[in-house]
Ligand binder design. Sequence first.
Ligand SMILES: C[S@@+](CC[C@H](N)C(=O)[O-])C[C@H]1O[C@@H](n2cnc3c(N)ncnc32)[C@H](O)[C@@H]1O
Length: 249
Amino acid sequence: MYDYFLGGKDNLPVDREAAQQVLRFVPEVPIGIRENRAFLQRAVRYLAGQGIRQFLDIGAGLPTQRNVHQVAGEYAPGARTVYVDNDPQVLAHARALLQDSPLVLVAEGDLREPGHIMDNPDIRAHLDFSQPIAVLMLAIVHFIPDSDAPKDIIARVTRSLAPGSYLALSHVVIDERPTAAPGVERVYQSASAPFVPRLSSQVTPFFDGLEIADPGIVNLHEWRPDSDYVTPPLLQIASYFLCGVGRVP
Ligand SMILES: C[S@@+](CC[C@H](N)C(=O)[O-])C[C@H]1O[C@@H](n2cnc3c(N)ncnc32)[C@H](O)[C@@H]1O
């Protein structure tokens, strides 16, 4: 569905049908997703500027344009990247398209079992956990229900990281469209992961315990926009898709 929203070709009729149903409730989804990919690029560039040379991208998704290791390679040559996902189709594509360099590892993992990711011997062989690592959780935590305790999951992940590591996280919020949420939830009932609608006030606590980088926890387009950036009119609303970058003290 995500690939379809991005205008890609790696999607099936069942994905397209479900994606079109989501668009009926929230027509601005494709803009939000493009903004999310743009945030990914700005965040990786920022993290490279902070000296980060290791990236752990959890819920990496299907390879698309300018993936984490490509952006990291540009701003931090020699940077090492691990892509983690729990979807077998995503892993197959990622192994075929991303693992083209000894600096990249693709690993199966489920964020609902963070210990398995953080203790995975292949991941620990690829990344040096005694040194700072930037963990990316972009557009994934809104697929983790409260019953799986997402705040505890995030704390488990950041606890495994060396001081000076970072977490970059983005999460859809429904403050502006509360009435669309039940419709979208229904579509995702038959998807591989449920969509979990949350308000901004439920997302900001995910950053507890971290030193939040400027400009804070804001909408995607407000996070360190490029100088020539023009906000798409649809996104000039209060809250639709929050993001932030926090440093492990
Ligand atoms: C919307 S895509 C986001 C892709 C990429 N992070 C981005 O922001 O462009 C969400 C990805 O998270 C993966 N995912 C969902 N739940 C997951 C879980 N519990 N563990 C690992 N991956 C998960 C899905 O398979 C999908 O590839």
